[in-house]
Design a protein around this ligand. Structure first.
Ligand code: NAD
Ligand code: IPM
Ligand code: MN
Length: 350
């Protein structure tokens, strides 16, 4: 059985997952690691961004680590053949509905963000993003020609009680092991799904989680509060689209988009999908300067959440912290290290 399936993907994906492989073989050389093409690379080689065989291998592995997908060369491919469609198919195929996106500002990086030190120093925020529903998957969708000329594009935002309740449960459970506070972000002031979201979260809270502090917040205000005073947040639960946007914003609070890992989890006993939240970064791909820490920290989350090796996760987390303390910085963090040198700095601390 595969312990860890690597899906390097496109752009900087292969550059950062190569560093995960180096770290994994140093830290846990008993792990059985496999690799499959994914995204645009899989489309070019096998005609589909996600083949049946890759999905089957993913579901039969203990954990899957994806680098990044996408790029301008596939911009005109039909929607279902685009690299991003492969990723959405992998998420639904694996049933990983809960996406944990931790925004943690490592002490030594408090000066690396574009925000003031006092605003972000000590930041430890967990965004819980619903990952397999909402406007990403709602039907109908499409672009159609209008009889009188012009075209019409349609996306559908849809959520059921079941979907909202199961993601809110994840947020409340996580909060209990942290600072016991949940913010639920939606647009109940204008959206029906937002209104249902607020009602379902309120009911669940009263029924099973009254001991956890709950605040509802409109998603636009949440975006503003994230840059104004991000340390007021502990756990923030939100839908697929708002979670996508708010987590990129939160990433910059930690110093760089290249720092933020994620874990996508499904029902207990099923494999998790681990991915840095950044994309394929076409502007720096091939230059060897991508920050590998989001990918390395995604492996850290895999050790913790799927591979039952919390001891090794702790060791890796500490090594990343020490490397940063000693000044290791890729260009996105204001330094001059290459991707490989940044991984070397982490390896030196293991
Ligand atoms: P992006 O995340 O690829 O890049 C945004 C900016 O952040 C760029 O300036 C990039 O250089 C920088 N950046 C990202 N990761 C970095 C890293 N590890 N180190 C240093 N700098 C880093 O977003 P984009 O440019 O909007 O999208 C590019 C492509 O990636 C698109 O095709 C998009 O669909 C795809 N994408 C994929 C994922 C994913 O695979 N999970 C996530 C987001 C975007
Ligand atoms: C992310 C990405 C993906 C998303 C894309 C590439 C499908 O932006 O993981 O944050 O929108 O979920
Ligand atoms: Mn995103």
């Amino acid at each position: 059985m595969t312990d860890l399936l690597l899906l390097p993907g496109d752009g900087i994906g292969p550059e950062v997952t190569a560093q995960v492989r180096r770290v994994a073989s140093r830290l846990a050389n008993d792990l059985k690691i496999d690799e499959r093409p994914f995204g645009g690379a899989s489309f070019d080689e096998l005609g589909s961004p996600l083949t049946d065989e890759t999905l089957a291998t993913a579901k039969a592995s203990k954990a899957v680590l994806m680098g990044a997908v996408g790029g301008p060369q596939w911009a005109n491919a039909p929607r279902d053949k685009r690299p991003e469609a492969g990723l959405l198919g992998l998420r639904t195929g694996m049933g990983v509905f809960a996406n944990l996106r931790p925004a943690i500002c490592f002490g030594p990086l408090a000066g690396a963000s574009t925000l003031k030190r006092e605003v972000i120093e000590g930041l430890d925020l967990m965004i819980v993003r619903e990952l397999t529903g909402g406007v990403y998957f709602g039907k109908p969708r499409g672009i159609e020609d209008l009889p009188g000329g012009g075209r019409r594009g349609v996306d559908t935002q849809v959520y059921t009680t079941f979907e909202i309740e199961r993601i809110a449960r994840v947020a409340f459970e996580l909060a209990r092991g942290r600072k016991n506070k949940v913010h639920s972000a939606e647009k109940s002031n204008v959206m029906e799904t937002g209104l249902l979201w607020r009602q379902v979260v309120t009911d669940l809270h009263a029924r099973d989680y009254a001991d956890v502090e709950l605040e509802h917040i409109l998603a636009d205000n949440a975006a503003m509060q994230l840059v104004k005073n991000p340390k007021q947040f502990d756990v923030m639960v939100t839908d697929n689209l708002f979670g996508d946007i708010l987590s990129d914003e939160a990433a910059q609070l930690t110093g760089s988009l290249g720092m933020l890992p994620s874990a996508a989890l499904g029902e207990p006993g099923t494999p998790g999908l681990y991915e840095p939240i950044h994309g394929s970064a076409p502007d720096i791909a091939g230059k060897g300067i991508a920050n590998p820490l989001a990918a390395i920290l995604s492996f850290e989350m895999a050790l913790r959440w799927s591979l039952d090796r919390a001891d090794l996760a702790d060791k890796l987390y500490a090594a990343v912290g020490k490397a940063l303390e000693k000044g290791a910085r890729t260009p996105d963090l204001g330094g001059g290290l290459t991707t490989i040198q940044m991984a070397d700095a982490v390896l030196a601390e293991i």
